[in-house]
Design a protein around this ligand. Sequence first.
Ligand SMILES: *Cc1c(COP(=O)(O)O)cnc(C)c1O
Length: 340
Amino acid sequence: MEKKNIDWAGLGFGYIKTDYRFVSNYKNGAWDEGILTQEANVVMNECAGVLQYAQTVFEGMKAYTTTDGRIVTFRPDLNAERMEQSAARLEMPVYPRDKFVEAVLKTVKANGAYVPPYGSGATLYVRPFMFGSDSVIGVKPSEEYQFRVFTTPVGPYFKGGVRPLTIRVCDFDRAAPRGTGHIKAGLNYAMSLHAIMDAHQQGYDENMYLDAATRTKVEETGGANFLFVTRDGKVVTPKSDSILPSITRRSLVQVAREYLGLEAQEREVYAKELGEFAECGLCGTAAVISPVGKIVDHGKEIIFPSGMEQMGPVTKKLYDTLTGIQMGTIKAPEGWVVEI
Ligand SMILES: *Cc1c(COP(=O)(O)O)cnc(C)c1O
């Protein structure tokens, strides 16, 4: 397929309209077949459930080109499963998992000209989402919904090399116990915007949120899970019911155990033990792992031994192994890499 004339390596992380998106509507208790369309705009009533009461959930994943030129996605079944859980929590109908994966593959295929070539560092970001589309003024779930999948090419995450992040322990909370922190809902992002703008203004890249009940335990950032490495080489990730279950983090834990022979623990992580770790990183689809060089907890600086220039050695091994699995240079566990 002829690729679009795009400066792939120069792309940032912004929306670029591609040719096709998938749209399916839910009405009278059932989803329609769904179609690929060139229409990028959504027209709906001013009183739509998503506009009034933020009834919307989303997913984020990427399609990319492997070393041997195949176009693939990474574990789309887990995005389908997570979207099902997100939808259920917001009283939205489930978009069937197999149809979800099919819709993702169809949309990527239709936009094949926008899938960046191998080696460019760029990827095609895929955004499935669903929202309440009919009018609701009394507070209740919508009766009609739209499920869509669009794509947008995004540039390499580490442009000009890796740059470890500086993050602060945040005084705002992201999620409450028994709240919605574990689902991928737009509402979790709306309330994080003030905190992230404030962090940026103070010179920090990201916020570390603590558990809202005791403010002693590490949760996550606005859009990525934490992964720590102890001084004796164990991988530790925070366990909490209000953390969004990152597919990247879950995959990295498996990679640590099965590919690198490391011990990996999912457990409560206290803010007061941060200084005991050797390495820290943020896990998410966009970067796989972004190294954290420094955490500032109300004036107290925790600087990881890996420093502000590079990834720590274990973080780097995890990163290289997972990206090797994704790109096809290392054998993937069954079902992880799905060809389009
Ligand atoms: C999407 C998201 C992540 C990362 O999840 P991945 O599946 O690895 O991309 C982490 N935290 C939050 C709050 C998220 O919304």
